[in-house]
Write a protein that binds this ligand. Sequence first.
Ligand SMILES: [Zn+2]
Length: 265
Amino acid sequence: MFQKKINLLNLSLFISFTSLQIIAADLIEGQSGEIIPIPAPQDKNEDQLTFKTSSGIKQLISLPFVKQDLMITRHHLDVKVNWVNFGESRITITDSSKVTLSDADQARANKEAIEIKAALKNSTNEITPSFNFIPPVPGRITSPFGKQRFINGLPRSAHLALDLSGAIGTPIVAPLKGKVVLVGDYFYTGLTVILDHGYGLFSSYAHMSEIQAQLGDLLEQSDQIGKVGSTGRVTGPHLHWTVYFDGNKVNPESLIQEDFLNSIL
Ligand SMILES: [Zn+2]
């Protein structure tokens, strides 16, 4: 009996020691605007996209853009999001009606924001995203993700997209298979298309001169979406490319790296 008690004590000590080790080894952290893997929950539901890796079954989550290091809870896990200095950009918009909006323009912009949010609400599970993006245009990066913007000297929200250079008319292609879930002409983003790549992964294409896709189209990777332009609120022609995943805008720059998915799993 005495021996048994000792064993039980040892067992409980062993268990608490290993749990501590697991906690220490499993500090989950990543950078502002990054997609990172976490262990998939045991009771995963059908809607969850998971990946088998040598260290177990993983799911991908997004980390929000942060202005300082932050501990957050995502998918029931404590995650440390590390701040990144993405720099700042100061732009001048001479058309003051695009900066200080009239009541009518403000009402339009508000209505459009609701429309865009609605398009991002439900993602299809009929497409399984490979996460192996190709660049939507061949251009160089003119404004990275996360830059703090100042418009006419006043601080505005950070630039949570990637700007790629391109002359007017440069073809824009689907960087990944996706379904067209929004097509429209918007106050800020001009001619705009949003693709749903499945499982909460979306991407949007703004300021186009021409749209060559229709609502509901299923585009394969490399299929043409439209052409680079300067519609909406812009300082010149370029592609403003936004990627959304798991409820956050994420940094598109890392996604176009070679073999992105394997590099993070
Ligand atoms: Zn932009």
